[in-house]
Every structure is written in structure tokens, then in C-alpha cells.
Design a protein around this ligand. Structure first.
Ligand SMILES: [Fe+2]
Length: 190
């Protein structure tokens, strides 16, 4: 079976946005890859983001830190697969086991499927669409990212069919055209 090739990142929901960013910059000597009032991506190595922070005071101003599902804490953990084929074959294996993703989205920097475990803990299985952190940094500062920072919905069944019929990885990983993907309620950010 295919396994993730690495643990990629952790996304935190917070209502102490500035304080959290400052703490992670200090403790991990992390640098900002991208930051706006609602979201920030930090890294400390060649990964394009090791940490992301969602500012819940912006995203859900009427909520409180204790409110599930839009409280604070870990939103999801991201795992990177070696290539798009391994990601899609894992999608197929899990689908056969009755486990299906609640969100299927091309983020520009990654092609991602999101799952929840039986307790509701979220995880992102992804394949990198950028060659390195610099390329991801460039994308996060592009007009395309500014126009749609969330991404575009994808159809993993369609991609799997294409993959199994020999369509090259670069083509499968190209970001599709389309409107910004709605963030599903299961994702807990709004
Ligand atoms: Fe993620």
C-alpha cells in the first residue's frame, strides 16, 4: 500500500493570532511564507508551510474559543504523498474501505483530499504541486492566489480514471479552472 512520504504540516485555529505567530516565529525560528489578517503560513525549512494559522476572530467573530466545531486548537494535520499516483491509489483503497474525503480541492500549491477520523480529527492527504518552497512562495504572492486563496474543487474519481489510463502526472496535477471551492462545514473554519 501507499503511505505518506512525510508529515507535512499542522494547521491551528486560534483567537490569539498575533501572539501565536510571534510564539512560533520565536520557538521554531520560523519565517512567514504568506500572511493576511485571516490566514498565515510559516515554515522553518524547505517545506512551503510547516504551520498555518487561521484567525478565528476574523473567520467567525461571534464564536468563542470553546465553541465546537469552530473553536481553537488543531484544525488538521497534513501528510504528503510521494506522487499523485500514490495519492489517488490511496484514495481508491480508502474508498473501497468505505472511507471518503469530506473535501477534495486543488489548492494551487497542493492537490488535496481531506478526511476525518472517527473522533472527527481532520487530516489532509496531499501531493505537492510546487517544486519547492520558493515556487510555493511565488504562487502565494501571485494574482491567481489573491483572487482565489482557497482553491478549486477536484473530482478524485475522474483523476483516478485518468491516472490509470496513463495520463501524465503533470496533467493530473494542473490546477483546474473554476470558482473558489466552498469550505465545507466539516472543515470547522466557519
Ligand atoms: Fe493543509
Amino acid at each position: 500500500m501507499s503511505k505518506p512520504s512525510k508529515l507535512a504540516h499542522v494547521v491551528y485555529m486560534t483567537r490569539r493570532y498575533d501572539e501565536m505567530l510571534s510564539w512560533y516565529k520565536t520557538v521554531f525560528e520560523a519565517r512567514v511564507q504568506y500572511e493576511n489578517p485571516a490566514f498565515a503560513f510559516l515554515t522553518y525549512d524547505d517545506e512551503h508551510h510547516r504551520f498555518a494559522f487561521a484567525n478565528m476572530d476574523m473567520l467567525n467573530p461571534n464564536g468563542t474559543a470553546a465553541d465546537p466545531p469552530a473553536g481553537v486548537g488543531v484544525n488538521h494535520v497534513g501528510y504528503t504523498f510521494a506522487d499523485v499516483g500514490e495519492l489517488l491509489e490511496t484514495y481508491a483503497r480508502l474508498k473501497d474501505a468505505g472511507i471518503t474525503p469530506y473535501w477534495r480541492v486543488h489548492h494551487g500549491v497542493t492537490l488535496s483530499v481531506y478526511y476525518r477520523d472517527p473522533d472527527g480529527n481532520r487530516m489532509e492527504f496531499q501531493v505537492d504541486c510546487c517544486a519547492n518552497a520558493d515556487e510555493a512562495h511565488t504562487y502565494m504572492h501571485s494574482d491567481a492566489f489573491a483572487a482565489n486563496p482557497i482553491g478549486v474543487e477536484i473530482d478524485p474519481d475522474d483523476l483516478l480514471t485518468q491516472y490509470r489510463s496513463g495520463v501524465p502526472a503533470e496533467q493530473l496535477m494542473a490546477m483546474p479552472a473554476g470558482p473558489p471551492a466552498p469550505i465545507p462545514p466539516e472543515h470547522g473554519l466557519m
